[in-house]
Design a protein around this ligand. Structure first.
Ligand code: LLP
Length: 435
């Protein structure tokens, strides 16, 4: 079973139950109820530490691992990231507020977004956020004006769209020309924005940012993006005389959802990219920039599983068999949105072969509410506990209350111990804002 071979967190105990972070998954389901998000703290810390080590080892002028917190955002995640001496990327006032609630060091925060509100920009300035990643000209002017009005000069990056077609799902390609994000390099918009930013009194242009997409397995697009950005930094120097010293290369490293997904070790991507950055900088006679990376999925996805209780099992002869669970697109909308692959198993029969083909159906009033179609599972029945693996990223953070379903709790496990880090919602939470 590939998920046991490739995971440091998962195992099978003497009862034949799935274990996660040293805890019996079936025991967790019974203790905390289902649906339940479970995250292994050790896996998160290890991923952050590995990225940080790669940055520290490969870049003589330093750098920062800024966890992309859109992947999974709640207070305890920010505490863990803070303790691992990493930074964060936030994309909204809500993420920023959550981080600040646990005392996250503001100077290690990178604030993104293609349409930040004036209130969010003011909030970021009040908190003293480290870098604001400016996405468009109206935002650039507005930020400069707000900064001047409060007597500040704000450190910024410009988000550049370098025109790279990374092989991934269409919805998560963000580096191409046809993108709502950033300043296009190819048509000269990016250079115009740089010239404007350099002239404005309220902002200090510190560097550039790009992000080429998500769930990318190849290293070439990352290398090409880094080289393209360095070429642009040299062009900026030649045209304006300004030498930018910081470069944020975004996130996007792929993870293993299914058996045929083959991500490289993150250290390999990092080695390839840093080699390219250093070689290009030397060739262009530029200083090696301070490098920021923003991994999201690869930090948290492998750390998470979701536990459900199996309800009805329905066989439609000659068509397919459905197994219904007590969650679905409200806690994991990724199959409904992107047809994303997931691996699932019956946690209380983890030692048995997955020899039955099932379509996993959620409980929403919506035919498309599926977690996976025609996937192999152990034979199962009402009351069994199902585990869906690698759900730590873009599940809790993309969850909803559709059909007025309360969001599940998040339990953090570590070395055989478990604790609630986000309480389950109840019906009172559901009506809280209704008048
Ligand atoms: N930096 C920026 C500016 C980003 O836009 C993103 C992701 C990241 C970093 C982190 O990328 P990661 O390392 O997680 O691939 N909801 C989609 C993914 C959307 C990604 C958006 N941006 C999904 O569930 O697949």
């Amino acid at each position: 079973m590939f998920y046991l071979e490739s995971s440091e967190s998962l195992g099978i105990n003497e009862q034949g139950h799935l274990t996660v972070g040293g805890c019996d998954a079936v025991g967790l389901a019974h203790r905390y109820g289902t649906p339940l998000y479970v995250m292994d703290e050790t896996v998160i810390r290890k991923a952050l530490a590995e990225y940080k080590k790669s940055i520290d080892e490969n870049y003589e002028n330093g750098g920062m691992v800024a966890y992309a917190s859109k992947a999974c955002s709640f207070k305890e995640i920010y505490r863990i990231v803070m303790q691992e001496n990493c930074g964060i990327d936030v994309v909204s006032g809500g993420e920023l507020y959550t981080a600040m609630q646990v005392g996250f060091p503001a100077e290690r925060i990178y604030f993104h977004g293609n349409n930040k509100t004036e209130a969010e920009l003011r909030m970021a300035l009040n908190y003293g956020v480290g870098r604001i990643v400016v996405d468009n000209l109206p935002e650039l002017y507005r930020l400069s004006d707000i900064s001047i009005s409060i007597g500040k000069k704000t450190n910024i990056y410009l988000r550049i769209t370098p025109g790279i077609d990374a092989h991934t799902h269409d919805f998560v390609k963000t580096g191409q020309i046809d993108s709502k994000f950033g300043f296009t390099l190819e048509n000269g918009d990016a250079l115009k924005a740089v010239k404007t930013a350099i002239k404005l009194d309220g902002v200090e242009l510190k560097g550039l940012h790009c992000h080429i997409g998500s769930q990318i397995f190849e290293e070439d697009p990352f290398v090409f993006a880094a080289e393209t950005m360095l070429d642009f930094m040299a062009q900026i120097r030649d045209v304006t005389g300004t030498v930018l010293t910081e470069l944020n290369l975004g996130g996007g490293f792929g993870i293993r959802y299914a058996e045929n997904d083959c991500p490289k070790a993150y250290s390999e991507y990092m080695r390839a990219v840093s080699g390219a950055v250093k070689a290009r900088a030397a060739k262009l006679n530029l200083p090696v920039p301070f490098i920021v990376i923003e991994p999201g999925r690869s930090v948290v996805a492998p750390a998470g599983i979701t536990l459900y209780t199996v309800g009805a099992v329905k066989d439609i002869p000659g068509i397919r068999s459905y197994v219904s669970i007590d969650g679905g697109m409200t806690d994991n909308p990724r199959y409904a949105l992107y047809k994303s692959s997931y691996t699932a198993l019956i946690a209380n029969k983890a030692d048995q072969p997955p020899d039955c083909k099932f379509t996993i159906a959620g409980r929403c009033c919506e035919s498309g509410d599926l977690i996976q179609e025609n996937t192999m599972l152990q034979s199962c029945q009402h009351g069994d506990i199902m585990a869906v693996l690698a759900t730590g990223a873009y599940n809790y953070s993309m969850s909803s209350n559709y059909n007025r379903l309360p969001r599940p709790a998040v339990v953090m496990v570590k070395d055989g111990e478990s604790r609630i880090v986000v309480k389950a919602e109840d019906y009172e939470d559901i009506v809280r804002n209704d008048i």
